[in-house]
Write a protein that binds this ligand. Structure first.
Ligand code: SF4
Length: 177
């Protein structure tokens, strides 16, 4: 897996202060995507044990609320094995910190649907570690810059713990817009 950037002290991609990993590779190719350079699976640097150590060094800080993963596309099948390992380690070491993931794939009819392109052997385990999933492809016709944490109105900020427990989509209750 490759990544384009590791942002420390990020306050834009989730609640509180976060460490944010931008992974590389995306086959969604949404028209109007604001970072098409990240579609390339070899964009940026290889993700290594040193990258993980850097993430943990940030998460060790008491004021960091959690980890955010975005892309590119975190749920690309090529990215899932490495990311699943990372999310597992984060939850083991920092059970009190939260994990946000941004994905162009929709939860109900793609990530959870058997036979869909992104669903594989790591998908359910990854989902089990995520607190908030922002899902759906960026859609230019539905673009709205006033929205929190998303670029177009079709995208959803999902409380994944409550959603998986109830079997129906639960939108995060702290969302203002
Ligand atoms: S899913 Fe995200 S990174 Fe991929 S093309 Fe769409 S907006 Fe760009």
């Amino acid at each position: 897996m490759y990544y384009g950037e590791l942002k420390k002290c990020d306050i834009a991609n989730g609640i509180g202060v976060r460490v944010t990993l931008f992974v590389s590779g995306c086959t969604n190719h949404c028209p109007g995507c604001f970072q098409p350079q990240t579609w390339d699976f070899d964009f940026g640097k290889p993700y290594t044990a040193d990258t993980e150590a850097e993430i943990f060094a940030e998460l060790d800080r008491g004021y960091v609320d959690g980890l955010t993963v975005l892309g590119g596309e975190p749920f690309e099948p090529n990215n899932q094995p490495e990311l699943c390992r990372l999310l597992r380690h984060v939850k083991e070491r920092y059970p009190q910190k939260n994990i946000w993931v941004f994905s162009g794939f929709r939860l109900d009819d793609e990530l959870l649907r058997d036979g869909s392109y992104p669903r594989g052997q790591y998908t359910d385990e990854m989902l089990s570690y995520i607190d908030i999933l922002v899902d759906g492809r960026f859609t230019q016709e539905l673009k709205d810059i006033s929205l929190q944490f998303r670029g177009s109105r079709n995208q959803r900020v999902i409380d994944l713990k409550k959603t998986l427990a109830s079997g129906k989509i639960v939108i995060w209750d702290q969302l203002r817009r």
